[in-house]
Design a binder for this molecule. Sequence first.
Ligand code: G16
Length: 584
Amino acid sequence: MTHSKETADGKVRVKFKRWYILLLNLLLIPDSMANNSSYRTVYAFAREMYPRNIKAHLQYGTAGFRTKATDLDHVMYRMGLLAVLRARYKKAVIGVMITASHNPEPDNGVKLVDPFGEMLEQSWEAWATKFANVVDDKLEDTINELIKEYNITNMNDRVEILVGKDTRPSSIHLSKAVMDGVLALSGKPIDYGIVTTPQLHYFVVCKNTNRLYGQPTEEGYYRKLTNAFKKYRGSVFSQGNYVNRVIYDGANGVGAKKVKYLKEALQDTLLIEMYNDEIIGSGKLNHLCGADYVKSQQSFPTGLPVETNVRCCSVDGDADRIVYYYMDENNKFHLMDGDRIATLAASYLKEILLDIGIDLNLGLVQTAYANGASTEYISTKLNVPVACVSTGVKHLHHKALTYDIGVYFEANGHGTVVFSNNAKEKLISATESDSCTEKQKQASKRLLTLIDIINETVGDAIADMLLVETILHAKGWNISQWEACYTDLPNRLLKVTVKDRNVITTTDAERICVTPNGLQDAINSLVVKYDKGRSFVRPSGTEDIIRVYAEAATRKEADKLAAEVALKVYELAGGIGTAPEVPQ
Ligand code: G16
């Protein structure tokens, strides 16, 4: 059935017949077998089922690998292998999520979830890239290299790898490839089927905290969020100018599928009217809808009824981002993006902390995409410290953990709030302390309940929606009252296609362009022409393009500045296709 030999360098080389690995996969390798050392290198055969057929170099980017689904079989298989090694190294449960989030349906992708729900640690991103690109014959060597580098000695541990996928038709066989990779190294894949990205992060944390964070099931997830939401809301569902009705755009993805369960659990506390919930394989995922579309186009998604002054929200393809918006009586579109959610959350938390009267440092983390007006509001009106980091929730999450209470949101609607153990302990003791007044105790209890509405593991569109609805309800606000806190500077996001997006490199949290030579000088000389002008460019980590951001005092100026900068990118960074047009 097999033949294997141990070489002088101690590496085991094994050859297996194809039917054998298939049988192993069917059996999911029972525990007793997994401990048999002769199964440790099943990958040596299994990789033959997932050969690397492409020449293009793939990179573990902003949120893992993203490209055409047809190019990903071997990457998925290898990420299954890597997840097992990571789990053995961390001695913890690891997650693998198959999704391309906001990308169109022919794309797919994969990202690994670390033990506490964080994105894969950066030093391992380089290993992921190496695993994805190494030629088939060197895969085994690369695995041995990693084992040696991290001195992974527990190669018999039957570690659990939680696997989730979004609704893309390609996710089905790609998830099988991940599981084959897990099995090949005698790990234990646990298939969670179709789930949102944040749900998978939540399951990983539940498992690694021995269920302290919650039950690692979908039911456990809904129960935790909705129980806290209902408790916080009490028996009055609408109050002040707040009405408990929201129009919801599911982007024809997993966010539509999953919110159905949420609706059932919430019953009348929040009336969610769902649209864009087409079935799997309709080809409509993210098409003219979803959070990315609404944010970048700054317009209503298709398929939603346009009702004056009614709160609407859109989630993205894997339901980790959310933006709100509404149409006013003059048919003007108003966007409430991640910056707005961050400021709403930070201002409310600040109020509660004042009520409690305990010393906890609250901080807010943004990226260069944050609207200049929001940054000014946070620092000068809310008096909350604000930090700017590179794009990617992994960077924001990391920085947010340096505060007792860290609020982080990207302008695109991706974010959450994290609470340190110190903060949670102080709140718990405040609920019981004799030195606290009844008002302080009640405020501490409220905040502890609010924490349970939040998915602290990563940005979560569903949990973030419940958080926004909770705060608006508590304040008795309608959406225009929320908007009235500050006035956004008009801004525009554009994409430019270039031959090689890596020619653009940046520094200072992506606000300064280092290469190609002369591009930053060109941007500077354009920006100074505009009142309140600001612009930056960066290569996307999820699409093969350069992103251009610009803001200025008026809509016309913001659009013009963005187009001028896009043209400079096209000229100096090897643009391909039609050159961007600058409006007059
Ligand atoms: C991912 C990341 C986000 C990032 C977005 C766009 O979101 O998780 O943090 O803002 O990509 O990244 P880029 O500008 O590099 O393409 P998602 O929702 O697509 O997973």
